[in-house]
Design a protein around this ligand. Structure first.
Ligand code: ARG
Length: 270
């Protein structure tokens, strides 16, 4: 991604309008799914870690996609996984929150979870390790700063400290595009925003819908820039379990066709 390609949104109105867009709609996704549905586990030709259950690994710190409400997982992706599991005749079961940069390796090595669902952007590096389902959401990156910082543009962050979650596309984007910056990786997204508030870092690079969500709580912070990285989220599945990927794609198509996908978009993302 070339920083020069980043579109500067000059007018505050244009910025506000564009920040409201999330790019999740039932129109997206590809349709090469199979026709069968309703079977589960061995009957359907795929393996499951626990019989009758779809076991999900997620980093539950990424609202509005996956987050913890007390000890209960909630968010757009949590609702989506429950819908997909229901379509497949399975029960959806979330593991305790898992550090983001361990999820793809965990799915690759197998045995603990069937799927990794953590707003994982599909990219070449990850595609070498795992398979992904069809896309379930489109997002861009963003930069957030403290309102009092006077920073209004990415160029002003050159030579400064940027925080991001370790192993994320936000971390990579900042490291590659903000000149002379020091990018600091954190395990948890919440820790990144706390570091911004305490002045430990000068900016945060994270998926735009998540930045928009955090600044509702961290009201002294503001999103100053949308970075059009054009990222697409997919569900990570082991390369040894291609029938599970197919079954998930069939279920994803079904929930897009029957309107339930649009309902959860309206609930979480608009
Ligand atoms: N989309 C970004 C990536 O794939 C960030 C995902 C972080 N997810 C999370 N649940 N904390 O790198």
């Amino acid at each position: 991604m070339n920083i020069k390609k980043v579109v500067a949104l000059a007018a505050a109105g244009a910025l506000a309008a564009s920040l409201a867009l999330f790019g999740c709609s039932s129109g997206g996704g590809t349709d090469d799914a199979t026709k069968d549905k309703g079977a589960s586990g061995a009957d359907a030709g795929y393996a499951l870690v626990n019989d009758g259950k779809l076991t999900v690994a997620a980093s539950l710190d990424f609202p509005p996609f996956e987050n913890l409400n007390g000890d209960k997982p909630e968010g757009f992706a949590v609702d989506l996984m429950n819908l997909l599991a229901e379509e497949m005749g399975l029960e959806c079961n979330y593991l305790p929150s898992t550090k983001f940069d361990t999820i793809v390796p965990l799915i690759k090595s197998g045995g603990k979870a069937d799927v990794g669902v953590s707003s994982i952007t599909i990219n070449d590096d990850r595609l070498e390790k795992v398979d992904f389902t069809d896309v379930y959401c489109d997002v861009n990156q963003s930069i957030t700063v403290l309102k009092t910082s006077g920073i209004t543009d990415v160029a002003q962050l050159e030579g400064k400290k940027i925080g991001a979650q370790s192993g994320t596309t936000g971390y990579e984007w900042a490291a590659e595009n903000i000149k002379d910056s020091e990018v600091i990786g954190f395990d948890e997204m919440t820790a990144v925003f706390l570091a911004l508030q305490s002045g430990q870092i000068d900016g945060v690079a994270v998926d735009l819908p998540v930045a928009n969500y955090y600044v509702r709580t961290y009201t002294d912070c503001e999103v100053i820039k949308e970075i059009p990285t054009g990222e697409q989220y997919g569900i990570a599945v082991s390369k040894d379990n291609p029938e599970l990927t197919k079954a998930l794609n069939t279920a994803l198509k079904a929930v897009k066709d029957n309107g339930k996908y649009d309902e959860i978009v309206a609930k979480w993302l608009q």
